[in-house]
Ligand binder design. Structure first.
Ligand SMILES: *[C@@H]1O[C@H](CO)[C@@H](O)[C@H](O)[C@H]1NC(C)=O
Ligand SMILES: *[C@@H]1O[C@H](CO)[C@@H](O)[C@H](O)[C@H]1NC(C)=O
Ligand SMILES: *[C@@H]1O[C@H](CO)[C@@H](O)[C@H](O)[C@H]1NC(C)=O
Ligand SMILES: *[C@@H]1O[C@H](CO)[C@@H](O)[C@H](O)[C@H]1NC(C)=O
Length: 181
C-alpha cells in the first residue's frame, strides 16, 4: 500500500517534470540570460523590444518570411495564428528591408504576399493590420492591371525592380508576417 502511494507520488512528479519543457518560455529566457541571478538586473538588451526566434526586428515590429506557398487568405490566417498579420509597408527603407528577408541566398527574390487587398472597393487598398496607407511602390504595369477584377491582392518583388502589383488572391505564394512588439 505504502509502496503504491510512493510510486503514485513519484509518478506525479515525473509527469510534472516531463510536462515542464512544454511551457518553456521561462526556462528559455533564463538560459539565454545566463542563469537565474541575472533575472533582476535590467539588461541593456531588454530595453529593445525583442522578437521571437526566427523573426527580425524592424523599428517596433517583428517580421518573418514564410517560404511556404499559400493563398493570400491562408497566409493572413497563418500570420494571425502566430499573433500578427501579413506585413504592411510604410517606407522605402522598410520596403527594402522586407525584400531582403525574401532573398534566398542566391540573389533571387520570389513573388511574395504582403498585407494589402482592394477586395472591398477596387483600387482602394487596405492593409490587413489596419494601418495607414502612407507608402506605395507599384509597378508600372499596375496601371494596366488595377482594373482586373480577378486581381485583388498585393504581391511584391514583381519584375526587375521588385515592385508591387495586384494578383489573384487564390494564387499560392510565400509571404511575410509582421507583428508589433
Ligand atoms: C506557461 O507558464 C505561464 C507562467 O507560469 C502561464 O501563465 C501560462 O499559462 C503557461 N502556459 C501553458 C500553455 O501552460
Ligand atoms: C520603389 O522600389 C524601387 C526599387 O525596388 C526603388 O528604386 C524606388 O525608389 C522605390 N520607390 C519608392 C517611392 O519608394
Ligand atoms: C486578369 O487577371 C487574370 C489572372 O491573373 C489573367 O489571367 C487575365 O489575363 C487578366 N485579364 C486582363 C484583361 O488583363
Ligand atoms: C482562382 O479563381 C479563379 C476564379 O474563380 C479560377 O478561375 C482560377 O482557376 C483559380 N486559380 C487557382 C490557382 O486556384
Amino acid at each position: 500500500m505504502k509502496a503504491l502511494s510512493v510510486s503514485l507520488v513519484l509518478g506525479f512528479f515525473l509527469t510534472l517534470s516531463r510536462a515542464a519543457p512544454l511551457n518553456s518560455t521561462y526556462p528559455m529566457k533564463m538560459m539565454m540570460m545566463g542563469g537565474d541571478q541575472d533575472m533582476d538586473k535590467p539588461h541593456p538588451m531588454d530595453m529593445k523590444p525583442y522578437c521571437p526566434y526566427g523573426w527580425t526586428l524592424y523599428e517596433h515590429e517583428c517580421f518573418i518570411f514564410i517560404n511556404s506557398y499559400k493563398t493570400w487568405i491562408e497566409a493572413e490566417y497563418y500570420c494571425m495564428f502566430v499573433g500578427g498579420n501579413l506585413a504592411s509597408v510604410h517606407s522605402y527603407e522598410q520596403n527594402h528591408f522586407l525584400q531582403s528577408l525574401t532573398e534566398d541566398g542566391t540573389n533571387s527574390f520570389p513573388l511574395t504576399w504582403i498585407g494589402a487587398n482592394d477586395a472591398v472597393y477596387m483600387t482602394a487598398w487596405l492593409w490587413s493590420d489596419g494601418s495607414k496607407c502612407d507608402y506605395q511602390n507599384w509597378s508600372r504595369s499596375y496601371q494596366m492591371s488595377q482594373k482586373n477584377e480577378t486581381e485583388r491582392c498585393l504581391q511584391t518583388n514583381y519584375g526587375l525592380l521588385k515592385k508591387w502589383i495586384n494578383a489573384p488572391c487564390n494564387k499560392s505564394l510565400p509571404f511575410i508576417c509582421g507583428k508589433m512588439m
